[in-house]
Design a protein around this ligand. Structure first.
Ligand code: DX5
Ligand code: ZN
Length: 230
């Protein structure tokens, strides 16, 4: 995985057909996505449950791009090895998920996987200031984690702008997660985000048998986000 700041669209399979993940991943890649975003929820850190490392491992052979695993679980440290073994390219843990985010990031990196840290809408950037040098990605949540299809929280755009300044020329991706549409995408791309996660915005209205809708949705988000960068 080479670093660059070009705009990337990462569909979240939270909005895909849960009985058909393999085909869904192949469909969104065929339709032009850059990364595949995998939302892991435990019913404890967030009020919803999805799946664990075995499902990630089963999905892996169907992903040729980047498998971007977002862990919304607490505790997190004891499960990192299993998610690394599942073949994740990036593992992102929440700064709010435990008292030892520094140790969590160390553990991810020690397994040879890129490390990300996610921050909730109500959490300040100061909480990640002292680990910025260790991470490959910061995921700014633009909804409260747990569910797809929620409304974008506009106050986070300013957070992205300040984070972009904090990062300077360090090779750290800024990822946005939640409520991404062709209307909200340009706000965050202009503020400095380079990875846009979109669940309902990509999968909405389409299916494996009608995957050109995915392509159309990806293109609309990408074009509107890139337009403000030209
Ligand atoms: C929220 C998840 C997101 C979610 C985004 O807890 O982390 O990845 O699937 O969904 P949309 O794009 O529908 O807001
Ligand atoms: Zn996510």
């Amino acid at each position: 995985m080479n670093f660059d700041r070009s705009l990337k669209i990462a569909p979240s399979i939270l909005s895909a057909d849960f009985a058909n993940f393999g085909a869904e991943c192949e469909a969104i890649e065929k339709e032009g996505c850059d990364w595949v975003h995998i939302d892991v929820m435990d019913g404890h850190f967030v009020p919803n449950i999805t799946f664990g490392p075995q499902t990630c491992k089963a999905i892996r052979p169907h992903i040729k791009t980047v498998m971007d695993v977002h862990l919304m679980i607490s505790p997190v440290d004891d499960f990192i090895e299993a998610f690394a073994d599942s073949g994740a390219d990036i593992i992102t843990a929440h700064v709010e998920a435990g008292p030892h985010i520094h140790r969590t990031i160390q553990k991810i990196k020690s397994l040879g996987v890129k490390a990300g840290v996610a921050i909730n809408p109500g959490t300040s950037l100061s909480s990640i200031e002292y680990i910025l040098d260790m991470v490959d990605l910061v995921c700014v949540m633009t909804v409260n984690p747990g569910f797809g299809g929620q409304k974008f929280i506009h106050s986070q755009v300013e957070k992205v702008r300040i984070l972009r300044e904090m990062i300077g020329d360090r090779e750290i991706h800024i990822e946005i997660d939640g409520g991404v549409t062709p209307e909200t995408a340009p706000l965050v791309s202009k503020a400095g985000a380079d990875v846009l996660v979109a669940g309902s915005g990509v999968f909405g209205g389409g299916s494996v048998d009608n995957s050109s809708v995915y392509g159309k949705n990806i293109k609309e988000i990408r074009d509107s986000a890139n337009r403000v960068l030209e």
